[in-house]
Design a protein around this ligand. Structure first.
Ligand SMILES: Nc1ncnc2c1ncn2[C@@H]1O[C@H](COP(=O)(O)OP(=O)(O)OP(=O)(O)O)[C@@H](O)[C@H]1O
Ligand SMILES: [Mg+2]
Length: 502
């Protein structure tokens, strides 16, 4: 056994994050670590890499007991880690990032030529032929991710830990990263893979370990598992198979129109588009990453201003000159990058939830504490935010639970038009269904929602109508029975304009 963890325990105030967890990793395997938000995945990894100090248990690497005191020490021992957010320096070159801290030297000075040559050599071994003199930040997240992997592996080279490495990659980029992971498996590394994407788990991994509430539930070979059983392990209950209501609501045309965007666009961002949103409707925005989905939303919310066209409601033209104006017009926008955009880490969950509401009211009129408590408790329950209480710092929540808090902040403001960019990314299967249900519930109460998602099944389940965006243009609109996975895929993939383009 390459790596073996026995009875690992870690407690935070009020939370037993790991409760005597056993885990083992073979050389030459990809081992998935799965579980709901807050199950303890990241904590286990951080204890392995020395980022946290475990309270109890033993870790054996290649037959020797280890207790890394820092991530640097863990790396020296042979355990490298790559997180979802690339932790490299975007304005240094690729070569500098790769070789940082271990540059070849001549006469005691860094040998720039040797640095570049060595970097090129390393990347070629990963099948990447790129210019190592360019800034890291000028490359796609996937390439940055691979460079981070290359760095982690060349530093240590026995165990590679990937914590949600594919969360912000598109399908083609995921394939690139997977190719690299597979080649490392062939070289005999043990790889731990944390992800909420079950398709990826089935595609890539050899074994699966499921954690729940800080305890190890099972370790099994991936080939022996089916999806339903895996999810049941994660949830700890039988799955109620939910027939996604196909929401083929043929009548939405008769609902009162609430908002209309006409000829709305900005050069080099999104070509001018028309979009009507009726009250209580869910509109989906589908398209590949970089197609102009998020940019369309940013125009509508005033993050970037539209150069052409206008937006109106029944009362007339709307001022969408900036996010503040958009909020005043009753809009809300929970952006994709919630981790960096949305949270104030050292404030409590309660304060993070009421933040938006308070800002809109003005700070001179504080929301009564009892009302704040009620709101916070209500959303903690409705979104199943796993915490020991509303006064906990949001920074101590697991990643997925932090996202739910940001979502709660927008819901609490009760906008009439809410834009959700990838609302379920990083959120586990149980909460996933819960959020889709919540969206339907909100629309029944009259809210209109625009959902941007890479998961086509999710759009099919929740949207009344789907707009497909491709190459910065709204190329197709599907409604009623045409909202199917096949139709959406076809519109994303085809290279001609649909007859009924939006
Ligand atoms: N620094 C911390 N201080 C206090 N509690 C923490 C801290 N880090 C994690 N926890 C708690 O430990 C539990 C496990 O969290 P962890 O981050 O390991 O979950 P996770 O499985 O990675 O979830 P996710 O899928 O949401 O990333 C959670 O209840 C979390 O609130
Ligand atoms: Mg985590």
């Amino acid at each position: 056994m390459l790596l073996s963890v026995q009875a690992m325990t870690k407690t935070f105030p009020g939370t037993r994050a790991l409760d005597a967890v056993d885990f083992d990793l073979r050389a030459g395997e990809v081992h998935a670590l799965l579980g709901e938000n807050g199950a303890g995945k990241s904590t286990l990894i951080k204890c392995l890499t020395g980022a946290y100090h475990r309270d109890g248990g033993t870790v054996t690497l290649d037959g020797a007991q280890i207790t890394p005191r820092s991530t640097v020490e863990a790396q020296e021992l042979g355990i490298g880690t790559v997180y979802q957010e690339v932790n490299l320096l975007p304005n240094l070159t690729v070569a500098q990032n790769l070789m940082f801290g271990r540059e070849p030297r001549r006469w005691g000075l860094i040998d720039g030529r040797a640095v570049r040559a060595r970097a090129r050599e390393v990347l070629t071994s990963y099948g990447l032929e790129i210019d190592v003199d360019r800034d890291l930040g000028s490359y796609s997240v996937a390439i940055q991710q691979i460079i981070a992997i290359a760095r982690a592996v060349s530093l240590s080279g026995k165990v590679l830990i990937l914590d949600e490495p594919t969360a912000s990659l598109d399908a083609a980029e995921v394939r690139m990263v997977f190719d690299v992971v597979r080649s490392l498996r062939e070289r005999g590394l043990g790889i731990v893979f944390v992800s909420h994407f079950l398709d990826q788990v089935f595609e890539l991994t050899d074994r699966v370990t499921v954690l729940r509430n800080g305890q190890k539930i099972t370790t099994e070979s991936t080939a022996d598992l089916d999806r339903v059983r895996l999810i049941e392990h994660m949830l700890g209950r039988a799955l109620e198979v939910e027939v996604s209501d196909q929401s083929a609501d043929e009548t939405y045309h008769r609902r009162p129109e609430m908002l209309s965007f006409r000829n709305f666009g900005r050069r080099t961002v999104v070509e001018p588009f028309d979009l009507d949103v009726t009250k209580g409707e869910v509109v989906g925005l589908a398209g590949l990453l970089g197609s102009g989905r998020t940019e369309s939303a940013e125009l509508m919310f005033g993050v970037r201003s539209a150069q052409t066209g206008e937006a109106r409601d029944q009362t007339g033209k709307l001022d969408l000159s900036g996010p503040r104006a958009a909020i005043a017009a009753g809009f809300g926008f929970a952006p994709e990058d919630r981790k960096t955009d949305g949270i104030v880490a050292d404030l409590s969950i309660r304060k993070n939830i009421v933040l938006g509401l308070q800002a809109r009211r003005g700070w001179a009129r504080p929301i009564a504490r009892a009302e704040q408590n009620r709101l916070a408790d209500d959303y903690i329950a409705r979104l199943d935010i796993r915490t020991s209480g509303r006064e906990k710092a949001i920074g101590d929540l697991s990643g997925g639970n932090q996202q739910k808090v940001v979502l709660a902040r927008w819901l609490a403001m009760n906008p009439r038009f809410l834009i959700l960019d990838e609302p379920t990314r990083g959120i586990d299967v149980g909460a996933h269904a819960e959020i889709l249900r919540l969206i339907r519930e909100l629309t029944q109460a009259g809210m209109s929602v625009l959902v941007i998602s890479s998961e086509i099944d999710e759009l099919v389940a929740v949207a009344d109508r789907v707009i497909v965006v491709r190459d910065r243009r709204h190329v197709a609109e599907l409604s009623g029975r045409r909202v199917t996975g096949d139709e959406i895929m076809r519109a994303i993939a085809s290279d001609d304009e649909e007859g009924d383009a939006a």
